[in-house]
Design a protein around this ligand. Structure first.
Ligand code: PAF
Length: 281
């Protein structure tokens, strides 16, 4: 496994690979867990070579304290990637390698996808994601890039980004991996205390209940039920719960038989913000 800290050497290494070799790409912010590794393994199954980037992108954090506290475990990340069978190249840049002049994000119009849910609560977040993903895709030039469905809104935005910028890459969404207690795997889980980790299991339980009741219950009643469930768990502070159309991400108030719906949730366990989602039909 080779580690590049500079885009020039990475681009050079990638330029020498054979014409019919396929490149898979897994962008990450490090603090790798089995969820990331499932993307890496899928990418290895489908490609001859996989590039994994590890970069905590400053422009996608709307809160400096959150950026500062974002878990960073570079040695563990490298050991984990080394333990995988297959050809992996790691891109582990400094900020200046990706943001040469100024650490700023480009302003995007993702057709309103950026203004729903996470976009409302994390101003400018998706401009930062779009900026760094665009930079990374232009450097790595992969055939296929893999993103987890835990960040479902991000996945839809990245699909839109590649059409806006006409980037010749296939974007693949991969299912959420969960801890034994049902909590969606996330780098942020590393910041939870044992008690918070246990308590956070209820997030998935509530989402499963919504999924089970979706066909027979109105969206208004499901919204009320979820609010009530979180009130019964005072250590978890609900930031938002929404049932939304999977394509447009617009909040749904009524069901339409032609649409695909998903339930989305953001919750604070102490200072740690957790998000999750589930497909409903
Ligand atoms: O999902 C993440 O880890 C990040 O948002 C990404 C896609 C690596 C961009 O920084």
């Amino acid at each position: 496994m080779v580690i590049h800290t500079q885009k020039e050497t990475l681009v050079q290494a990638l330029s020498s690979i054979k014409k019919n070799d396929k490149i898979g790409f897994v962008p990450t912010m490090g603090a790798l867990h089995n969820g990331h590794m499932s993307l890496v393994n899928k990418a290895l199954e489908e490609n001859s070579l996989v590039v994994v980037s590890i970069f905590v992108n400053p422009t996608q954090f709307n809160n400096q304290a959150d950026l500062k506290k974002y878990p960073r475990t570079p040695d563990d990340d490298i050991s984990l990637l080394k333990s995988v069978k297959g050809e992996i190249i790691v891109y582990f840049p400094e900020i200046s390698d990706l943001y040469e002049d100024a650490i700023t994000a480009k302003k995007y119009n993702f057709g309103n996808l950026e203004n729903e849910m996470e976009g409302k609560h994390r101003k400018g977040h998706f401009d930062g994601v779009g900026t760094v993903v665009s930079k990374l895709l232009k450097i790595v030039k992969p055939d296929t890039a893999y993103f987890g469905e835990k960040d479902f809104q991000q996945l839809q935005i990245v699909k839109k980004l590649v059409t806006i910028e006409e980037l010749p890459v296939k974007i693949v969404g991969c299912p959420i991996l969960r801890e034994e207690n049902g909590l969606a795997m996330s780098s942020r889980n590393k910041r939870l205390s044992e008690t918070q980790f246990d308590e956070a299991a209820v997030i998935y339980k509530i989402l499963k209940e919504v999924q089970q009741k979706f066909a027979s219950t109105s969206i208004t009643d499901l919204n009320a039920m979820v609010a009530e469930r979180f009130l019964q768990n005072p250590n978890l502070k609900l930031e938002y719960f929404e049932i939304a159309d999977e394509e447009t991400l617009k909040t749904a108030t009524h069901k339409n038989s032609k649409s695909k719906y998903r339930a989305f949730v953001a919750v604070f366990a102490g200072k740690v913000r957790l998000i999750d989602n589930i497909s409903l039909n």
